[in-house]
Design a protein around this ligand. Structure first.
Ligand code: GLN
Length: 236
């Protein structure tokens, strides 16, 4: 952790990338860190501000095509996220935020360069993927079943430099087979919901990556009830 051992959580570009309650990911991370007695600072960095390079966890949400293209361009010009990743910062990105971390993505019918921070590439799907998303998570991550809500036109292909977050059991995710991707301390997903409210174990994984500390179990009755409600609804 950085300055005076506060965990610095940076939510990038809330003015461009914030659909389907993705702000909740920041709140969940801060709350779960706080419950473990970790002092936290939350920073919301708008697209006309420089990206701080000393964050511990960077969050990117989903967005419509226009804001997504603008966000990718500004992040590339700024360079701060790249420098943070070089320092070993943790990154959690959802949907549009996930796509723009890769080589390229489609928005408004055109191909845009991504940030090349993870080995994924996104193109256009023939249909929009809209609805519940669930999958069996990669065994190396030690996570329970992924649950979420997806709404995207793009399809994402994983290169050899990344592993999938999950194998899809409901919905589309990357391509109907796999969902999300991770490498090192960067993790991307198509799951909204917000993702960390529906998958608190992912929040704890990110906190572990960022701090190197094991996260003590906490009272998860409410998130467990939410997860079970959604998983039961999907199974019907
Ligand atoms: N614009 C992207 C797509 O449709 C991402 C959508 C989103 O973030 N919900 O694929």
């Amino acid at each position: 952790m950085s300055t005076e051992s506060h965990l610095r959580l940076i939510w990038l570009y809330p003015d461009l990338l914030s659909t389907y309650g993705d702000r909740g990911n920041l709140l969940i991370l801060a709350r779960r860190a706080d419950l473990r007695g970790l002092p936290v600072e939350c920073h919301e960095v708008r697209a006309d501000h420089p990206v701080p390079t000393d964050g511990d966890v960077y969050l990117l949400g989903g967005g419509e095509d226009g804001p997504q293209a603008l966000a990718a361009q500004r992040l590339a010009n700024d360079g701060g996220l790249h420098r943070a990743v070089e320092r070993g910062a943790t990154v959690f990105a959802v949907c549009a935020g996930y796509q723009l971390l890769g080589q390229s993505f489609f928005a408004k019918g055109s191909k845009y360069p991504g940030l090349n921070l993870i080995d994924i590439d996104s193109d256009r799907g023939e249909t929009r993927a809209v609805g519940e998303l669930a999958g069996e998570t990669h065994p190396a991550l030690g996570l329970p079943t992924l649950t979420g809500f997806e709404n995207h036109g793009g399809r994402t292909h994983l290169g050899p430099g990344v592993k999938p977050l999950a194998k899809v059991t409901t919905g589309i995710g990357n391509d109907g087979q796999s969902e999300g991707a991770w490498n090192g301390r960067i993790l991307g997903t198509y799951s909204h919901g917000p993702a960390l409210a529906r998958n608190p174990a992912i929040a704890d994984l990110l906190l572990r990556w960022a701090t190197g500390l094991n996260m003590e179990p906490i009272d998860d009755r409410w998130p467990t009830a939410l997860r079970n409600e959604r998983l039961t609804a999907i199974a019907r």
